[in-house]
Design a protein around this ligand. Structure first.
Ligand code: GDP
Length: 298
């Protein structure tokens, strides 16, 4: 099944998604406009965007024409927000080791995404190493080690409870020495409002900068696509403490909460580099904004 069909199926899981609303209506009136507003907000599209869409639908005279016009208008409106932030994964090598740091809360798909990115880098015939920096969770380190072993990629791991930033530091020194194109740092993800975690992320940045002032070249927040509104809160929190360079949204294959992607795009104006559409290694796809907008609405 294509990623778009998987997403379409996911979005239909809500009893009343935007698409289902349009299927029931032949004409929009003031009452149904209120209903549409409510449904869009429930889909985690920000109130600001929803208010503007509703306002424009009234002004543009869509109330008297077929619902198809309003549906098309909303899809175009959403696509216009998503297109400018849709960027390819930043895996073009530079002269020196490029550091990609992945952050996000536990269970969001960081480790899986690290291996998916590594797989893409290998497929482009470039070199990559991984650093397992969740030194407080042995299982997380083992998981990355196993994924790395399957890919034939070296995984740096520290001792249990070793300072995570020092693992990243050593990995970066070695990667540079070995002329490796990319170092992917898989960080810890204990709850997002945990001060220690945020301090830990700041330390990663400080420590790798000692080696290369431009590093980390990317700080990507991996967001669970089934989290809806919560994902927006996480993005705000992480962005406060680290200068995020972009997002990867996982699990969109099973999510009925796609509306938050629109909110993230509008709020942060930072790249959406890829989406996760399954658990397998090659289930990391380019985000297609127009198709996504159409799936969300129709
Ligand atoms: P981490 O704690 O953030 O490192 O999360 P993991 O990488 O361990 O992923 C948590 C779970 O989500 C695992 O069971 C993964 O297989 C699953 N997962 C990760 N990405 C995706 C995705 O894009 N789609 C689906 N369906 N599952 C995913």
């Amino acid at each position: 099944m294509s990623w778009l069909n998987k997403i379409r199926d996911g979005l239909k899981k809500t009893s009343e998604g935007i698409g289902n609303f349009f299927k029931r209506k032949t004409k929009l009136d003031i009452q149904s406009l209120d209903e549409l507003e409510e449904i869009m907000i429930q889909s985690d599209i920000s109130p600001k965007i929803v208010a503007d869409i509703i306002d424009q639908i009234s002004k543009k005279g869509f109330l008297d024409s077929s619902v198809y016009d309003a549906q098309k208008f909303i899809a175009n409106y959403i696509a216009k927000i998503l297109i400018p932030v849709t960027k390819p994964l930043p895996i073009v090598p530079q002269n020196d080791t490029k550091v990609i740091m992945l952050c996000g809360v536990n269970g969001g798909g960081k480790t899986t995404t690290a291996s998916k990115i590594a797989n893409k880098i290998i497929n482009q015939n470039n070199k990559v190493v991984l650093a397992a920096c969740d030194t407080f969770r042995a299982a997380a380190v083992d998981q990355l080690k196993e994924l790395g072993d399957n890919l034939g990629v070296l995984v740096f791991k520290g001792q249990e409870n070793q300072d995570p930033a020092s693992v990243a530091y050593q990995a970066f020194i070695s990667a540079k020495k070995e002329k490796i194109d990319f170092l992917i740092i898989d960080t810890a993800g204990r709850i997002h409002n945990n001060d220690n975690l945020m301090k830990e992320l700041e330390k990663f940045v400080k420590v790798v900068k000692k080696i290369d002032n431009n590093a980390p070249h990317e700080i990507i927040l991996v967001l669970d696509g089934t989290n809806g509104q919560n994902a927006i809160i996480q993005a705000e929190q992480f962005n406060k403490f680290t200068n995020l360079t972009g997002f990867i949204i996982t699990k969109l294959d099973g999510s009925s909460k796609g509306g938050f992607v629109v909110t993230i795009a509008e709020k942060f104006n930072k790249p959406i580099y890829a989406i996760g559409v399954g658990e397998k290694l090659d289930d990391l796809d380019t985000f297609l904004p127009e198709d996504f907008a159409n799936s969300l609405v129709g």
